[in-house]
Design a protein around this ligand. Structure first.
Ligand code: PLP
Length: 374
C-alpha cells in the first residue's frame, strides 16, 4: 500500500506507541488521585503538556488537552461567544467542517456570521477580515492551512489586526502543527486548535492553546481537570502519545519542510508532465509542503479514487469527512471551480514516511489510470 492521505490521518509513530504503552498497561492511575500511583500519571500529563507547548512556542499553562481537533475548535468558538456576550462571528468559506458546521448552527440560532470568500488561487485578503469586524464581533476564526488544498492563510497579519481591533482570534491549526514552524507567543492568537492524529499521534486526542489572560468558558463541565478548563478524566496514554509526537515533530520540522516538499513537488510536476490538462488548485498560493490538490478535467474523482485504490494507492477526493458523499468540495467551489471540475479533483497528502520510490510508482500509473474503461 502507498499511503498518500496524510491530511486525513497519519500512521502512529512507533516511538509514540512505545511511549504510550506503559500508560495502557501498568500505569493506569487516575491523575487526579492523591496517592503516588496517580501522581505518576499526572506527571506524565505535565511532561506531555511541556512537549506540546514547546512545539507551539507556548507556555505549558496555555495548553488544554481535548478529545480531538473538532472539540478544540468548538470550545474556542463557544468560549468566545460566552465570555464576550457578543453575537457575531467572522470566518471563511473554506473552513473544515469542525468550524463550518458550528458556524452554520450558530447562524440558525440567530447569531450573525460573516463568511469571507477566497480568491481563485485560494488566498484570503486580510483587509477583508478587517472590513468584516463589527462592534458586536465576538471572534474571528480563520484556519492556518487548508486541509484540502494545503493553501496557507495570512495568520500573522490577521492576528495582528484582530489584536489592534480588540477582537478575539482563533485559528484551526490542525493541518499546520508539525508541518510549519509556529510561534504562539509572537503571534497574538487567542485560541489555536490542533489534533494528534494529523501528526503521528493516535486519533481521539487534541489540544487547544489558550493565550494567557484570555477569558475562558469550558465546553465540558464536570470536573476540575485541566485546571477547570475541560472536565473529564484525562486520556493519559493518548496525551503521552501526543506529547511524544510533538517532541518528534519539533525535531523533524526541517525534514518535513524540505524532504516532503521535494517529494510533493516531484509528484506534482510528474503528474503535470504526464497529464497536460491537469491543474493544481492553489498552485500560486503559499501552501503546506505535503499537499497537492489536482483537477483532472473530464475525469470523475470517484472513479480515479477506486482505480488508485485497486492499485494499492490511498488518496482522497475532498476531505475525509466528505468522502463517501458525491457533493463537490465546498473549498474548491469557494475557489470558483465549477462542480464538474471540483468533482474531478484528487488530494494527495504526503508525510515523512513516504519515499521517492513510492512517488515514482504512483507516477507510473499516469496517464493510463485516467483512460476511459474499455
Ligand atoms: N480541522 C481541520 C483543518 C482538519 O483537517 C480536521 C480533520 O480532518 C479537523 C479540524 C478535525 O480534527 P479531528 O479529526 O481531530 O476532530
Amino acid at each position: 500500500m502507498i499511503y498518500l492521505d496524510n491530511n486525513a490521518t497519519t500512521a502512529i509513530d512507533p516511538a509514540v506507541v512505545e511511549a504510550m504503552l506503559p500508560y495502557l498497561t501498568h500505569h493506569y492511575g487516575n491523575p487526579s488521585s492523591s496517592y503516588s500511583f496517580g501522581k505518576k500519571t499526572a506527571a506524565a500529563v505535565e511532561t506531555a503538556r511541556d512537549q506540546v507547548a514547546a512545539l507551539l512556542g507556548a507556555d505549558p499553562r496555555e495548553i488544554v488537552f481535548t478529545s480531538c481537533g473538532t472539540e478544540s475548535d468548538n470550545t474556542a468558538i463557544a468560549s468566545a461567544l460566552t465570555t464576550t456576550g457578543q453575537r457575531h462571528l467572522v470566518t471563511t468559506s473554506v473552513e473544515h467542517s469542525a468550524v463550518k458546521i458550528q458556524a452554520e448552527s450558530l447562524e440558525r440560532q440567530g447569531y450573525g456570521v460573516t463568511w469571507l470568500s477566497v480568491a481563485p488561487d485560494g488566498q484570503l485578503d486580510p483587509t477583508a477580515v478587517a472590513e468584516a469586524i463589527r462592534p458586536d464581533t465576538a471572534l474571528v476564526s480563520v484556519m492556518w492551512a487548508n486541509n484540502e488544498t494545503g493553501v496557507l492563510y495570512p495568520i500573522e497579519a490577521i492576528a495582528a489586526l484582530c489584536a489592534e481591533r480588540g477582537v478575539l482570534f482563533h485559528t484551526d491549526a490542525v493541518q499546520a502543527v508539525g508541518k510549519l514552524p509556529i510561534d504562539f507567543h509572537k503571534t497574538p492568537i487567542h485560541f489555536l486548535a490542533l489534533s494528534g492524529h494529523k501528526l503521528h499521534a493516535p486519533k481521539g486526542i487534541g489540544a487547544l492553546a489558550v493565550r494567557r489572560r484570555t477569558r475562558f468558558s469550558p465546553l465540558l463541565l464536570g470536573g476540575a481537570q485541566e485546571k477547570g478548563k475541560r472536565g473529564g478524566t484525562e486520556n493519559v496514554a493518548a496525551i503521552v502519545g501526543l506529547g511524544c509526537a510533538c517532541e518528534l515533530a519539533r525535531q523533524r520540522i526541517e525534514e518535513e519542510n524540505s524532504r516532503v516538499r521535494t517529494l510533493r513537488d516531484r509528484l506534482e510536476s510528474g503528474i503535470l508532465a504526464r497529464v497536460p490538462s491537469a491543474r493544481v488548485n492553489g498552485a500560486s498560493a503559499p501552501r503546506l509542503p505535503n499537499t497537492t490538490n489536482i483537477t483532472f478535467p473530464g475525469c470523475e474523482a470517484a472513479t480515479l479514487l477506486r482505480r488508485l485504490d485497486e492499485a494499492g494507492v490511498c488518496v482522497s477526493a475532498g476531505s475525509a469527512c466528505t468522502s463517501g458523499s458525491v457533493s463537490p468540495s465546498h473549498v474548491l467551489k469557494a475557489m470558483g471551480l465549477p462542480d464538474h471540475h471540483a468533482l474531478a479533483s484528487l488530494r494527495f497528502s504526503l508525510s515523512i514516511a513516504n519515499t521517492e520510490t513510492e512517488i515514482d510508482h504512483v507516477l507510473a500509473l499516469f496517464p493510463s489510470i485516467l483512460e476511459p474503461a474499455p
